[in-house]
Design a protein around this ligand. Structure first.
Ligand code: VG1
Ligand code: CO
Length: 539
């Protein structure tokens, strides 16, 4: 039975860098998800006759929210919903399925790299027909709707059993349950040289992948173990859990602690890797060796010809402004286009749609290509395995040779967490106001060349976005300041530090950036304003 339910607005449903992200306790409030989903439907003129993709990373509230969304979609006249088996789908797979089916939109229920569980976070990423997350113009409209919503439509029906592949009906709507793992695995085997990687593993190459108890465990088991012959124990934490087993599914040196310890021990495997909650982020490690995501993007670009899917050539490359400039040097050497965009994968999508770029990446452990419109964690790991299989070189060797060829960007992100939102906003606006006066000023051994906000003018749709403030120094070092758009606890100030060296290639990163970190605090008056003498998190 179709029901129209009266509701009252929530005022905090503004999407951030990647969808709506909230504490689980907030997201599970009465009608909270319903309000948001109906506001999406209303913002796009309804979903009558449309097809959507639906799934999630398996975190707490996934199961409940999926049932609600299916019933609301049916009540709003949607024609078909394609749902991941048991309600699971990774973000990259969702983008693939959306494109393959020429669907009108999709929801991935995830807060990505944020912790899960009742005390963690929940979220919804909303993608449009292009396969990528909705542009700001659409999210603004949705936000306006959430502030005035008064009712939503839902079907009163039994819960849908999502365990079996196939089609069924929910009211007049068709539900197709798909096997996302198989679809994703097929895509990967069509892109990479699986025979060569199989040979690599058969030859004794040792490997570990940490799924962090999140969505990619089954994908990794299928691809690395079943299809490529890696040893069964090389895939760890591969059963998706509602609270990720207490892990913080953010693949970096801090939160993937166990993996990092193993990779820095004497019996470390040849390569280590991990993904985040929804499978779009990746981390690459060699034996006692860490590859920064910025370097990974540069190395992937420089080695594209080893990969069957790209061997005939690539378009340009793009990175977020906060990401190091390493890939820019490769683009220059290859003579391909090079773009800098704001933080958030959605800004890459127009560049991919218009064949301006093939690869793109962010410093936040995100790398990907135009095979989909999201970043792709397992794709990046397979890319590295394919390079290793083709060259016979180790992760460390590949990276060191890259530095020798192009120089090295020492790079680090410093996060200052849990700052009062007003304090953080004022720090940024005051810094922006001071920026014109910084040029020529000396801070320790660094002299400011130029300081300005980062403004991106999209060459495809003409939109303009301001995201972050950048200080450029005369020695090619850079500091980027921005506030996080994915946090759920006050404001997080992110300060990105980069120092470029062509001779000192083997130094300690923290040491190399120690003075620049001090300078970054001095320029923005971080300690005076936040009381923090040091960053809370270094990645
Ligand atoms: C962070 C990262 C950004 C990434 C975003 C979503 O955003 O810095 O690079 O695109 O998370 O990642 P912010 O605004 O907190 O800095 V995820 O893996 O959604 O999906
Ligand atoms: Co993610």
């Amino acid at each position: 039975m179709l029901k129209t339910v009266k509701t009252t607005p929530y005022t905090d449903q503004k999407m951030g860098t990647a969808g709506l992200r909230k504490k689980s306790k907030i997201a599970t409030q009465e009608n909270y998800i319903e309000n948001f989903v109906q506001s999406v439907f209303d913002a796009i003129g309804g979903v009558k006759g449309q097809t959507f993709i639906l799934g999630g990373d398996g975190r707490y509230f996934n199961k409940v929210a999926i049932q609600k969304i299916m019933k609301m979609s049916a009540a709003n006249g949607m024609k078909k919903m394609i749902v991941g088996q048991n309600g699971f789908i990774s973000t990259p797979t969702s983008s693939r399925v959306l494109l393959d089916n020429k669907a009108d939109g999709g929801f991935v229920l995830t807060a990505s790299h944020n912790p899960g569980g009742i005390n963690g976070d929940f979220g919804i990423k909303y993608a449009v027909a292009s396969g990528g997350q909705c542009p700001t113009a659409v999210s603004d409209k949705i936000y306006e709707n959430t502030k005035k919503i008064s009712e939503y439509k839902i079907l009163e029906a039994d819960d849908v059993d999502l365990s079996k592949i196939g089609t069924q009906k929910l009211g007049d709507m068709e539900i197709e349950i798909i096997d996302p793992v198989q679809i994703y695995a097929d895509m990967m085997s069509s892109m990479f040289d699986f025979a060569a990687i199989r040979k690599l593993f058969a030859g004794g190459f040792t490997f570990v992948f940490d799924a962090m108890n999140a969505v990619t465990g089954p994908y990794a088991r299928k691809i690395f173990v079943e299809m490529l012959g890696a040893s069964p124990d090389s895939v760890v934490n591969d059963v998706p859990l509602e609270d990720f087993g207490g892990l913080h599914p953010d693949p970096n040196l801090i939160y993937a602690k166990k993996l990092v310890e193993r990779m820095y021990s004497d019996d470390a495997p040849d390569m280590g890797s991990a993904n985040d909650g929804d499978g779009d982020r990746n981390m690459i490690l060699g034996k006692k060796f860490f590859v920064t995501p910025s370097d990974s993007l540069a190395i992937i670009t420089d080695n594209y010809k080893y990969i069957p899917a790209y061997k005939n050539g690539i378009y340009g490359v793009a990175k977020s402004a906060a990401t190091s400039t390493a890939v820019g040097r490769v683009a220059k050497a290859l003579g391909i286009g090079y773009y800098e965009v704001p933080t958030g994968w959605k800004y890459f999508c127009n560049l991919m749609d218009s064949n301006r770029i093939t690869f793109c990446g962010e410093e936040s452990f995100g790398t990907g290509s135009s095979h989909i419109r999201e970043k792709d964690g397992i794709w990046a790991i397979l890319f590295w395995l394919n390079i290793i299989a083709a060259t016979g070189k180790s992760v460390e060797q590949i990276t060191r040779e890259h530095w020798q060829k192009y120089g090295r960007s020492y790079y680090m992100r410093n996060d200052y967490d849990g700052i009062d939102t007003e304090v953080a906003n004022k720090l940024m606006s005051d810094l922006e106001a001071r920026m014109p006066s910084l040029a020529g000023k000396q801070f320790g051994s660094f002299t400011v060349k130029e300081a300005k906000p980062f403004i991106y003018n999209d060459p495809v749709d003409g939109s303009s976005t301001k995201n972050g403030l950048i200080v450029y120094f005369t020695d090619n070092s850079r500091i980027v300041y921005r506030l996080s758009g994915t946090g759920t606890n006050g404001a997080t100030l992110r300060i990105y530090l980069e120092r470029y060296e062509t001779k000192l290639l083997d130094e300690d990163v923290e040491k190399m950036l120690e003075e620049l970190a001090d300078v970054s605090r001095a320029i923005a008056e971080v300690t005076e304003r936040t009381g923090k003498a040091k960053a809370d998190l270094l990645t």
